[in-house]
Design a protein around this ligand. Structure first.
Ligand code: SAH
Length: 351
């Protein structure tokens, strides 16, 4: 059984043809799904009743319930969404001047185990299907027109490549929600095989790479994925990606007090990033996470020092503010807070 939100707009016509149905029904379906944003086939009133009954059986809607919400004083809104099997993920809505950005999750939990990340501390429960990822977007857009998507929620998108890509293609499709590819940013911790696959798609999605450390010794401590794909391999994949796509890569660098915040780290980071011809850096102060009280947010002076070192070495760098601090902040924390009710939490009972 396929779900309504897992079918790419171009796939509807052949599906109908197989069933002996007329092609114009595809346009009616797409109108209902992505212009009227129906959540129930009964609402697709342009379709004959018996056809709606068929669709209900063959292409049901994905159940996705809002289990909790929290709103921050800066307008950031966080939703905890629950799926049929009891699994839950977070999605975050971030208003900013002229933009309404949604941060989406691709997995329930995460297997990557980055030391500073709340999602990583819980392990992987399972990957989301494409329709569940689209369901997150649908839940988000009930709060307004989404102008940008960042795939920076729970999970590693390149560890759930096919389903993530199907969802993003659907959201990007002209006859679907039609959100421009350049407004969709995929963020990876450095799962190297994903880079060539993404380049081969020929779609202009933005790519961010979570770096967080300028050398293998430190990066392997913070991000176990570095043991599988060390920096040389990762940066080579970045170079190949920028050559193939002519597109810039953004390196994310979360600054953690006393861990990766020294002047030497900044200098080494500049050297590494300059190996990639089209690259920029986002510096992000750590959002504190409950499982690592020893990891502290750096002060403003450290952030500015880091910025200065990179800029002086010709690296295009932006300082990012963390948003939604009082809404259980970034990175998996609403789900942890909600842990008592979330049946899928396996590793979190102690905290
Ligand atoms: N797995 C992907 C996407 C999810 S994480 C990736 O690693 O890129 C999105 C971003 O938030 C990553 O850059 C991640 O390293 C960062 N992040 C995770 N925990 C954080 C924290 N406590 N403070 C600041 N950034 C964090």
């Amino acid at each position: 059984m396929k779900r309504a939100w897992s079918i790419l707009p171009d796939e509807w016509k052949p599906i109908l043809k197989e069933r002996g149905l007329r092609p114009f029904r595809a346009d009616q379906i797409l109108q209902s799904l992505y212009r009227d944003y129906i959540r129930d086939w009964d609402a697709a009133t342009t379709l004959p009743k018996d056809f709606r009954e068929t669709l209900k059986v063959e292409f049901p809607f994905t159940q996705c319930e809002t289990l909790a919400t929290s709103e921050s004083s800066d307008g950031t809104r966080k939703l905890l969404l629950g799926f049929e099997d009891g699994g839950s993920v977070e999605t975050v809505l971030i208003p900013a001047a002229g933009r309404f950005t949604q941060c989406i999750s691709t997995q329930i939990g995460c297997a990557m185990g980055c030391a500073f990340c709340a999602s990583g501390s819980q392990g992987l429960v399972r990957s989301l299907s494409s329709d569940e990822i689209v369901a997150e977007y649908m839940a988000g857009r009930t709060f307004g027109d989404i102008t940008n998507i960042v795939v920076m929620g729970m999970g590693e998108p390149f560890a759930n490549y096919d389903e993530t890509m199907r969802a993003l293609k659907l959201i990007n499709a002209g006859k679907g929600p039609n959100l421009g590819a350049r407004h969709i940013t995929i963020s990876t911790c450095g799962v190297v095989p994903g880079f060539a696959k993404l380049a081969a798609e020929g779609i202009q999605f933005e790519l961010s790479v979570s770096l967080h450390a300028p050398n293998d010794a430190l990066r392997s401590q913070l991000m176990p994925v570095n043991k599988r794909w060390p920096l040389d391999e990762l940066l080579a994949a970045c170079v190949a990606y920028t050559r193939a796509t002519k597109r810039i890569i953004t390196f994310e660098y979360t600054v953690i007090q006393g861990i990766n915040d020294s002047r030497e780290c900044a200098e080494e980071l500049a050297r590494q990033v300059r190996r990639v011809p089209m690259a920029k850096v986002n510096l992000i102060p750590l959002s504190p996470v409950s499982h690592r009280p020893d990891f502290k947010t750096p002060d403003e002076r450290t952030m500015l020092m880091f910025l200065d070192v990179l800029m002086k070495r010709g690296v295009q760098t932006m300082l990012r503010r963390s948003r939604g601090k009082d809404a259980d902040a970034a990175c998996g924390q609403l789900r942890i807070r909600h842990g008592e009710n979330a049946t899928d939490l396996k590793h979190d009972r102690k905290s």
